[in-house]
Write a protein that binds this ligand. Structure first.
Ligand code: F6R
Length: 223
């Protein structure tokens, strides 16, 4: 698969924000699947600056930690701070994975499915919180975070011990039903896993490799 290499993080952020802008302007009722983490922060800033009309947009976050949703590092807090509170999106239109998981899946299918899914990639090849070994057929469920993910995400929490050990994540099967998928990665430490996932064997040991089986995926990388 082609990995489009961009010159820096600003270009990565503006390129992907432009894709989201086009999606929203062409289809006011767009359904977006959205990531958290460091990589999309620039994209969210760019999107906010574009002052788009989000009043008909529906969002589905990819994953949430199992933790107090009012904690500053919860993904609900992250989304409010970085996007939702800075646009005119309706809080009722912003969905996070919830129990019963079939209810969340039904919300997605009932809204006619995800038009555009933006993904980051973990250093172990996870997408959303589908850790290595996740079934390619998986749906929304509770998962145990891998040691690698807990270690990687300890930068947000101060210590490894404070990182939640479980999450609810959209499944790989759920993600693959998106009409269009954009994967973004930034930094040298992501290059190797990105190459393995996009051009190596398609295997459940590297969850992101499932994207090789999707017909409408674009992959963007910067150093
Ligand atoms: C978070 C998510 C994860 C992250 C991945 C990369 O909602 O879906 O898969 O995209 O862990 O995180 P960063 O961007 O912080 O390197």
């Amino acid at each position: 698969m082609e990995i489009k290499v961009l010159k820096d993080y600003n270009e990565l952020s503006s390129t992907v924000a432009d894709i989201v802008e086009t999606q929203i302007k062409e289809h006011l009722l767009s359904k977006l699947a959205l990531p958290t983490g460091d990589t999309p922060l620039g994209m969210y800033d760019e999107l906010v600056n574009k002052k788009l009309d989000w009043s008909h947009v529906i969002t589905f976050n990819l994953d949430v930690y199992l933790m107090n949703i009012n904690h500053p590092e919860s993904y609900q807090s992250y989304m409010r701070k970085n996007l939702f509170d800075r646009t005119n999106i309706y809080p009722d239109h912003c969905h996070f994975p919830f129990r019963p998981f079939s209810g969340f899946e039904d919300k997605i299918s009932g809204s006619m499915g995800i038009d555009l899914c933006i993904l980051g990639i973990g250093s172990n090849g996870h997408i959303a919180f589908n850790e290595p070994g996740s079934s390619f057929l998986s749906r929304t469920r509770v998962v145990n975070l891998s040691e690698q993910t807990i270690k990687d995400n300890s930068r947000f929490f101060g210590t490894v011990d404070d990182v939640p050990t479980q999450a609810i994540t959209m499944g790989l099967g759920t993600i693959m039903e998106s009409k269009k998928i954009i994967l973004i990665a930034s930094g040298d430490h992501k290059l190797n896993i990105l190459n393995v996932a996009m051009n190596g064997e398609v295997t459940e040991d590297v969850p992101a490799s499932i994207l090789q089986n999707h017909e409408n995926v674009e992959v963007y990388y910067c150093d």
